[in-house]
Design a protein around this ligand. Structure first.
Ligand code: NAD
Ligand code: IPM
Ligand code: MN
Length: 361
């Protein structure tokens, strides 16, 4: 999907661990990629709360242009620090990358590796194997809006929901292409794209999504097009996750439903994601945040970050190495060589080391 990338040379990866548990899980992802024998070269950047609190820098001048120019992909941990109440650095770095590098497709696979990880009863791994394709550059996240008469009794706050035909069309098309080009874990073909919105209440934005979805789906006669309101989708996701294949939705709903979907996989510690613009330098990050309550204690689950590394490698054209990494993660889960959140007894470093050893073989 990324023609610019040449499979022969060593891939250059920019690594931004960020804040909190990002600093603990990313080193494990790097260690595992190296153990799997991947031809990559890592360059680490200190963007995050510590640097911001030290010198006021969020993104250095020319930072995004440099990432796009000098790197094949970017691996990110998480941003968010209780000392930075405004969250300005996270907004400028994380949302900055997504928006300014135009990484319009936030791809969040939802895969259950072992039945023991799912909070639902009578659910097997093959029952949870879908992907959420989240619009990543507009919607309620553009910062359009404002506050008037702040701190008075007459205060007004607006937050505009921006939906462009171009933005909606390209993400819907991405979802159909993803469906056409990707298989399920058991090797069977994908065949359904479901658009999730709230067009019964938010008629202007919803109307545009509905019209575009109808137009684009007509071009893909071999793919079944479906629709669900977001509230009903949340209910169905816990009632019967088997029915989902590819879900396409806006920025806000995509954020919310992927935390819910993470729970089906064993929690936020297991979920991977990519922020993709085909043909351009794309960014990969676990779905979880900086989790301040468990940061710095060797507690966080590194598997989401490790699986994110594998996802990045696949995007870059590697196959053998991500296969090895994913097999090693699966084995760790099966043998409970994991952190406590998913039933093991290991610390972050020990869990990462176990996967690295298994990926080495
Ligand atoms: P969070 O994802 O950081 O964590 C919520 C809870 O989930 C944690 O307290 C922990 O119990 C659990 N958890 C998350 N990751 C885990 C892991 N790897 N292993 C084990 N347990 C894990 O969400 P939050 O508490 O809402 O947000 C904390 C900070 O992170 C905030 O500043 C928020 O803005 C930020 N955030 C950043 C990103 C990102 O950078 N991509 C994503 C989400 C939240
Ligand atoms: C995510 C996060 C971010 C989002 C936050 C940190 C801005 O929750 O990546 O899921 O809302 O997109
Ligand atoms: Mn989120």
């Amino acid at each position: 999907m990324n023609p610019r990338i040449n499979q022969q040379s060593k891939k250059r990866i920019a690594v931004i661990p960020g804040d909190g548990i990002g600093k603990e899980v990313i080193p494990q992802a790097l260690q595992v990629m190296q153990a799997a024998g991947t031809a990559v070269e890592f360059t680490e950047f200190d963007w995050g709360a510590d640097r911001y609190l030290g010198d006021g820098t969020t993104v250095p001048p020319d930072g995004f242009a440099m990432l796009g120019r000098d790197f094949d992909a970017i691996l990110v941990g998480a941003f968010g620090d209780p000392r930075v109440k405004t969250n300005i650095h996270a907004k400028e770095i994380l949302l900055g990358m997504r928006f300014k590098m135009d990484l319009y497709a936030n791809v969040r696979p939802v895969r259950l590796l072992d039945a023991a990880l799912c909070p639902l009863k009578d659910v097997e791994p093959k029952d949870v194997d879908f992907v959420v394709v989240r619009e990543n550059t507009e919607g309620l996240y553009t910062d359009a809006g404002g506050v008037f008469k702040q701190d008075t009794a007459d205060e007004i706050a607006t937050q505009e929901d921006i939906n462009t035909r171009k933005g909606v069309e390209r993400i819907v098309r991405y979802a159909f292409e993803y469906c056409r080009q990707n298989q399920k874990l058991d090797g069977s073909p994908r065949g359904k794209v479901l658009m999730c919105d709230k067009s019964n209440a938010m008629t202007h934005a919803g109307g545009l999504w509905q019209r575009v979805f109808k137009e684009v789906s007509a071009e893909y006669s071999q793919v079944t097009a479906q629709h669900m309101y977001v509230d009903a989708l949340c209910m169905q996701m816990v009632r019967d996750p088997r029915q989902f294949d590819v879900i396409v939705t806006n920025n806000m709903f995509g954020d919310i439903i992927t935390d819910l979907a993470a729970a089906l996989q064993g929690g936020l510690g297991m979920a991977a994601s990519g922020n993709i613009h085909p043909g351009r330098t794309s960014m990969f990050e676990p779905v979880h945040g900086s989790a301040p309550p468990i940061a710095g204690k060797n507690i966080p689950n590194p598997l989401g970050a490790i699986l994110t590394g594998a996802m990045m490698l696949r995007h870059l054209g590697f196959t053998r190495e991500p296969d090895k990494i994913e097999a090693a993660v699966l084995e760790a889960v099966r043998q409970k060589k994991t952190t406590q959140d998913i039933g093991g007894t290991l610390g972050t470093r020990e869990a990462g080391e176990w996967v690295a050893q298994a990926a080495r073989g």
